[in-house]
Ligand binder design. Structure first.
Ligand SMILES: [Zn+2]
Length: 647
């Protein structure tokens, strides 16, 4: 064998060196790939080799206080395709677009995507899914999916809220408690080759984790009574809208919160106004969104209003607590009160209330009494109580978008502002803020946190978390609270609140008629706040009727609405009537049916009502009846009045 020449040696060395260099580069490359690019590459390989099918978890239920489902999850199906496995894309697109009621082009575009798996449609009913499964077309995948169902459709719609396509809560409790309700998605992993064909049939299933349930303080029966009552009131008074809130003044648990008009939670993007619905497609996207947001709005907490006379409770409690008045203190109403350089009228002006005790002043809702109290307290003390009663903060309710009170800055409060504020004008609060403040007056002086969520549970009913709302701060003495209960009970039994009187029940409350801004536009909010039983209140409610047509007085308009609500919910809550000696003499079961007196002369209408022994009240100065309330055919308590509107 010939010795290798130097040339050959050099050549060999060069080759060796080259190989070494190549190996070095290769090692470097491997290190680079394994470290720097590892994550990215792994992801690419994973996507190429597996088809990742997400499995939706069961979203937790929203339950009422007795465990009744008010938002529940139903199993439906999701349809996907594996494009690489589809032989006839045109045929499959045609079939799916037909059976799923979709546009052909949309399906065809998806079927032709160069991905391992593409979802065609979610929330497909089981029957349709079954049909597709039976057809057994290669490349079509039927998975389980979930759908949110609201069994009571319109009930408490603005409070419960709803979920979007991805099952995420959008408004209301669904949004507020989303983190507990949503659960975690699961996956089905299938190994495939680069063409999307399954390598083997073993599938790895990562199970979804179901969401927790939210147990609320809502009582679906009370909620339904509230909905029914406010709907009837808004419709019969041709009002803009109405609200009823019912809560427990001892602990802040909300039993019902009803807004009317409401909307169907199962179709939350369908507008509830028939006029708007008929021109819906002509509206711009912004107009549509504005209209939907308005419909979804929970006026009970998102909007403020001028409370009017129901706020006299606050001036009363502050004055009793500060000792600037006692129940027996005497006042004199000559129809107005001079504040600064202004003469501010009593609602009774030009008539007067004359001499009256403080208690009678509250019963009469006499404005000069409260202006006098405002002066005795002074602006600074008055504002101290505005703070104490929580009007400058959110109530803390577990719903988003809560508004706070809007009021003058203390330094801008002169005698006129103080006078008007003392009887509930020239500032704005939310209805829920008022309920919270009045709760403290009747529960021994504690400022509660109104709330709906009570606890988080799992599917076995185990409590995962008790929802806490902090200590209730004591802001009033026991004495003031006792006095307020007695005074407010007398408003219903003897004063302006008598239209909510129910024999056998001791009810406390206060009415209000608020003029909406701008003043003298003829727009009012009639409201009524009550609690029962007066001596140990278990329930407190407020009714607000926004822009009633015809008569707008709080007692007249909201009184019978409140009475109807209480007549339904007090027996339901197991609060039994206790009749006084005088009440025992009343024939218990006798009710009157309201006769039809509309379109009659006033004289004829009065005769008909007198013959039926029905008391009545006349509104307006005309000779002819234009309207009546309640409507003909309604049954009313024997002590209820029919209101005759004349022109
Ligand atoms: Zn007066």
């Amino acid at each position: 064998m010939e010795k290798p020449s130097i040339f050959m040696k050099k050549k060999l060395l060069f080759v060796l060196f080259s190989i070494q260099l190549f190996v070095l580069v290769l090692i470097g490359r491997v290190i680079y790939i394994q470290t720097v690019k590892a994550d990215e590459l792994q992801k690419m390989a994973y996507e190429q080799q597996t088809r990742d099918r997400l499995i939706s978890p069961d979203r937790g239920s929203i339950l009422d206080r007795n465990g009744t489902g008010i938002a529940v999850t139903e199993t439906v199906n999701a349809i996907s395709v594996i494009p690489a496995q589809i032989k006839d894309k045109d045929y499959v697109s045609n079939y799916l677009s037909e059976v799923l009621e979709m546009e052909y082009d949309e399906v065809f575009e998806k079927v032709n995507q160069k991905v391992a798996l593409v979802r065609i449609k979610t929330k497909v009913d089981s029957e349709i899914a079954m049909e597709i499964r039976k057809k057994d077309i290669e490349g079509i995948v039927v998975d389980e999916d979930v759908k949110r169902i609201y069994p009571y459709s319109n009930i408490a719609s603005q409070v419960i809220g709803f979920v979007g396509k991805d099952n995420q809560g959008i408004i209301g409790l669904e949004a507020k408690y989303d983190e507990y309700l949503k659960g975690e998605e699961g996956k089905i992993l299938t190994l495939t080759d680069s063409k999307g064909l399954e390598v083997d049939s073993t599938q790895e299933r990562i199970a979804p984790i179901d969401g927790y349930n939210l147990v609320t303080s809502i009582d679906i029966i009370i909620q339904q009574y509230a909905e029914q009552t406010i709907k009837k009131a808004v419709e019969s008074k041709k009002a803009q809208k109405g609200i009823i809130i019912v809560l427990n003044p001892q602990n802040g648990e909300i039993y019902a919160m009803a807004n009317y008009p409401n909307f169907d939670l199962n179709n939350p993007f369908v507008i509830n106004d028939s006029e708007l619905l008929s021109i819906w497609d002509t509206l711009s996207e912004k107009e549509q969104n504005d209209a939907l947001n308005q419909m979804w709005r929970n006026t009970a907490i998102n909007d403020t209003y001028e409370p009017g006379s129901t706020f006299k409770t606050v001036t009363s409690a502050a004055s009793l607590e500060e000792g600037v008045v006692t129940p027996e203190s005497t006042f004199f109403c000559n129809g107005y009160h001079i504040a600064g350089d202004r003469m501010i009228k009593c609602w009774r002006y030009p008539r007067t209330h004359g001499a009256q005790t403080f208690v009678q002043g509250v019963q009469n809702s006499c404005n000069p009494v409260f202006m006098e109290l405002g002066e005795r307290l002074g602006a600074e003390k008055f504002y101290e109580y505005m703070d104490k009663f929580g009007f400058n903060e959110k109530t803390g309710i577990d719903l988003s978008g809560e508004a706070v009170g809007i009021m003058h800055k203390l330094e801008n409060v002169g005698p006129v502002e103080l006078a008007t504020m003392s009887f509930g004008q020239s500032f704005q609060i939310t209805p829920l803020q008022l309920l919270r403040a009045v709760s403290s007056m009747v529960n021994g002086g504690y400022l509660i946190t109104p709330h709906i969520g009570c606890k988080i549970t799992d599917n076995e009913g185990n409590v995962i978390k008790e929802l806490e709302y902090g200590e209730n701060e004591k802001i009033l003495s026991d004495k003031t609270s006792e006095q307020m209960k007695v005074i407010l009970e007398s408003v219903v039994s003897e004063g302006t609140g008598n239209k909510a009187y129910i024999p056998g029940y001791r009810i406390g409350g206060k009415t209000a008629t608020s003029e909406k801004l701008p003043r003298r536009s003829g727009k009012y909010i009639a409201s009524f706040l009550t609690f029962a039983p007066a001596e140990n209140p278990q329930v407190m409610a407020i009714v607000l009727i926004d822009e009633p047509q015809g008569t707008y007085y709080g007692g007249t308009v909201a009184g019978p609405v409140m009475q109807e609500l209480l007549l339904n919910i007090l027996p339901y809550m197991g609060i039994e009537p206790v009749y006084s000696e005088k009440e025992k003499e009343l024939p218990e079961t006798v009710k009157n049916t309201v006769p039809d007196i509309s379109n009659l002369s006033l004289a004829d209408a009065k005769n008909i009502l007198k013959e039926s022994n029905i008391e009545f009240e006349i509104q307006g100065e005309g000779e002819n009846v234009t309207k009546q309330f309640p409507p003909a055919g309604e049954t009313i308590n024997i002590d209820s009045k029919v209101i005759i509107y004349t022109q």
